[in-house]
Design a protein around this ligand. Structure first.
Ligand code: VTB
Length: 322
């Protein structure tokens, strides 16, 4: 995989972040999402790949851009055939409501390497590299927390589990409390929450709970690069979702590991903060016509972790002006 591709991907997520951050707190999640999609799609037209979207904005009839199956990139005969997973704005509600942890995110791997996840829920567990190998999504919550505590050299009371704030997690919250660990709830964005487990300074040790399956593939791509662990079990809630999972050949009892979700070692990943978070700063508007972005860029082959801070001159990029 071209080693400059990750840096080009940073341009793609920066563009989407800059475009959607203008909608922070304006109460319009669709406008924020549309701006991110348009900007991301446009920037992809500058990237030398022969790409096909496998995780995107929906099926072709639901989404005019970045739909599943869309061919993107400007490929020459020698450019790599790749699978693309995008979430132009993970946390549309967060942006609309002026809340933290919204990101724009892209993962790319050679063709056939990213799982075509059905658009349903997935029960997930994620931990950072130090706790790799000690969790099992089929174990009890208490056992997983105890094993992570041991691996991190912490007391159980010092372990923090991060959980998506949804009514469906009431029982999980109870179990974590009973086990004696701390909880950090978040309102949206479990891709970033999974990544946070790989950086101890975010204060988060384990992600647990049910989120979107497509987001699970994107999180697994990042955790493969970061050396963390991710496990997911598909969790369709309606008969229709169940049927779709089976039609796509998915196994509802299988524990999908990082290697099932993202094959091989050639995955690259980029995420730019839209609103502020523990790991990535959101887009900040400085003096007139200036904005900053903060981007995480990862490459599994070498394991390099890059944080890129960029200052954008908005008078030269009028499409992102305030
Ligand atoms: C989660 C969350 C995402 O979808 O995956 C969630 O992390 C799952 O769906 O940011 P519900 O909102 O129905 O719980 C998002 O909120 C949006 O993709």
């Amino acid at each position: 995989m071209d080693r400059n591709l990750p840096l080009n991907l940073a341009r793609v997520t920066e563009a989407a972040a800059l475009a959607s951050a203008k909608f922070l707190g304006r109460g319009d999640k669709n406008a924020a999402d549309q701006a991110a999609v348009d900007a991301m799609r446009r920037m992809f037209d500058t990237v030398n790949i022969d790409g096909v979207v496998v995780i995107g904005e929906g099926e072709m009839d639901e989404a005019p851009m970045l739909y599943i199956g869309e061919q993107i990139g400007i490929a020459g005969p020698h450019d790599l055939k790749v699978d693309i997973a995008v979430d132009p704005l993970d946390g549309t509600r967060s942006v609309a409501n002026g809340l933290p942890n919204a990101i724009s995110v892209v993962a790319i791997a050679p063709r056939g390497c990213l799982l075509h996840a059905p658009d349903t829920y997935m029960n997930k567990i994620a931990v950072g590299p130090k706790a790799k190998g000690v969790v099992n999504i089929n174990n009890s919550v208490e056992e997983n927390i105890r094993n992570v505590a041991k691996a991190l050299g912490k007391d159980v009371s010092e372990v923090t589990v991060t959980i998506l704030d949804r009514p469906r997690h009431e029982k999980l919250v109870e179990e974590v409390r009973k086990a004696g660990a701390r909880i950090k709830m978040f309102s949206d964005g479990d891709v970033l929450a999974a990544i946070n487990t790989c950086f101890s300074y975010t204060g988060v040790d384990i992600l647990m709970g049910i989120g979107g399956a497509p987001e699970g593939v994107i999180a697994a791509a990042a955790l493969k690069c970061l050396g963390g662990e991710f496990q997911g079990v598909l969790h369709p809630v309606t008969e229709d979702q169940r049927r779709r999972c089976l039609e796509m050949g998915a196994d509802l009892n299988k524990v999908y590991t990082v290697d099932d979700l993202v094959k091989g070692d050639e995955v690259v990943f980029a995420a730019t903060g839209v609103s502020h978070g523990e790991l990535l700063q959101g887009v900040k508007y400085l003096e007139k016509d200036m904005a900053t972005t903060h981007t995480l860029v990862l490459r599994a082959e070498t394991g390099t972790i890059r944080f890129i801070e960029a200052i954008h001159k908005l008078d030269k990029k009028p499409e992102y002006a305030k």
